[in-house]
Design a protein around this ligand. Structure first.
Ligand SMILES: *Cc1c(COP(=O)(O)O)cnc(C)c1O
Length: 394
């Protein structure tokens, strides 16, 4: 299974961190890998493939249209570009420059700023921050208010950007209400909001105009895949800025439900999304992964993961560490607090073994290491217990 890595001379890792990009995303189910291998062996018209992908994804999301992207961050770039240009090919051709008086700003709550908003700036937009995150500073209980978002919206606003998370403020519904009242679309980063599977529909149902998901996280698709779904006109604008537009006269004939060519004064050239190219293999793999994710038995999956963590915990008994099994999250986690040394030392010791073992370091500053079951292979269980037992010796 890891023969390709030994041929290349690269270590296969034990991934107890979960589907992080740094650690190559999730291992693919054989059906997903098979679809990718099959897709790789003959050619297809990419516009027709994306149009069909749109139909399949809308069936799972309830959106009007959808696009397979090379990741959620690519979806944010394309979504921001679509909000800035609409279906105007001249505006598309100009990006990342935006003509004076054009929609060059994205309004965003300050406490939601994060590394991925680079994607919005890459599309040419300037981020206008609102709100003062008192709660995070421990200096008060407030965050941004809907009226602050309203006050920041102007004729230059391309969209309001919202990073979905249980702690995100204000609530999405309130942000959508205020943005729509001012005629501005809302672009939601829902990259890591799956599971639960219900979230495939939740943000669209709440009225979000565009929603970006990662394909290479819980959906279990290829690492470099994602979904952008939402309003038909915005998805059409995003698709036009992603696809190879080298069409000879008369050959550009998308299904009108995906891109209505009659709405366009002419074809734009290659767009700002061209460097986020998506391969036919990614699309074929993602669609199989999405079908599997949508049809999966969430409760059974959760129970399987809890059972795996229970076996790990049993294997670690008697060691100088506290164990805490967190069962009630969308994804259960096993938290491990070493007694004798800093959690960061444990993270580094594990990464230095062969095969390297990677854990979730998110809570090392609180003295804990987290074990995430999502990317563990059956053979990893015994390795993980053995390495943890060795690494936890003082
Ligand atoms: C993972 C993540 C992204 C990026 O997703 P990719 O699919 O890797 O591009 C963006 N935003 C958030 C909040 C994420 O967790």
């Amino acid at each position: 299974m890891s023969a390709v890595w030994s041929r290349l001379g690269v270590a296969r890792i034990v991934n107890a961190k979960g589907p992080a990009t740094r650690l190559s995303g999730p291992p693919l189910h054989p059906q997903v890998a098979a679809a990718m291998a099959e897709a790789a062996q003959s050619c297809v018209d990419m516009l027709a493939l994306q149009a069909r992908a749109s139909e399949i994804i809308t069936g799972h999301t309830g959106a009007e249209a959808a696009l397979v992207t090379s990741g959620a961050a690519a979806g944010l770039l394309l979504g921001a570009a679509a909000c800035a240009t609409g279906l105007d090919p001249a505006a598309m051709a100009r990006l990342p420059e935006i003509a004076p008086g054009g929609r060059c700003e994205v309004v965003m709550v300050r406490s939601q700023r994060n590394q991925y908003d680079h994607a919005l700036r890459t599309a040419g937009l300037r981020i206008v921050e609102v709100g003062l995150p008192d709660r995070f500073a421990g200096a008060g209980c407030r965050d941004a208010e809907p009226w602050e978002i309203a006050a920041a919206i102007s004729a230059q606003t391309a969209c309001v950007h919202y990073v979905a998370d249980a702690r995100a403020r204000p609530p999405l519904e309130a942000v959508i209400e205020v943005a729509h009242r001012h005629g501005v679309p809302v672009l939601v980063d829902a990259a890591a909001q799956l599971p639960p599977r219900a979230n495939l529909r939740r943000f669209v149902a709440a009225g979000a105009d565009l929603v970006a998901f990662s394909g290479g996280k819980a959906i279990g698709g290829p690492q470099a895949s994602g979904i952008l779904c939402g309003r038909r006109d915005l998805i059409a604008a995003a698709a036009l800025q992603l696809l190879d537009m080298d069409y000879p006269d008369g050959l550009f004939a998308p299904p009108p439900a995906f891109i209505d060519a009659a709405e366009l004064p002419g074809l734009p050239p290659h767009g700002i999304g061209r460097p986020c190219k998506v391969g036919k293999e990614q699309i074929a793999g993602l669609l199989v992964a999405l079908e599997r994710f949508a049809a999966g038995d969430e409760a059974a999956e959760h129970a399987t993961r809890v059972a795996l963590l229970e076996r790990l915990a049993a294997g670690l008994e008697g060691l100088p560490a506290d164990l805490e099994l967190r069962r009630d999250l969308p994804v259960p986690l096993l938290a491990l607090t070493p007694h004798a040394f800093d959690a960061g030392v444990l993270v580094r010791r594990l990464a230095a073994t062969a095969p390297p073992v990677h854990v979730d370091p998110e809570e090392t500053d609180q003295g804990r290491v987290l074990l995430n079951p999502m990317c563990l292979l059956p053979e990893d269980e015994a390795i993980l217990v053995e390495r943890l037992r060795a690494a936890l010796q003082p």
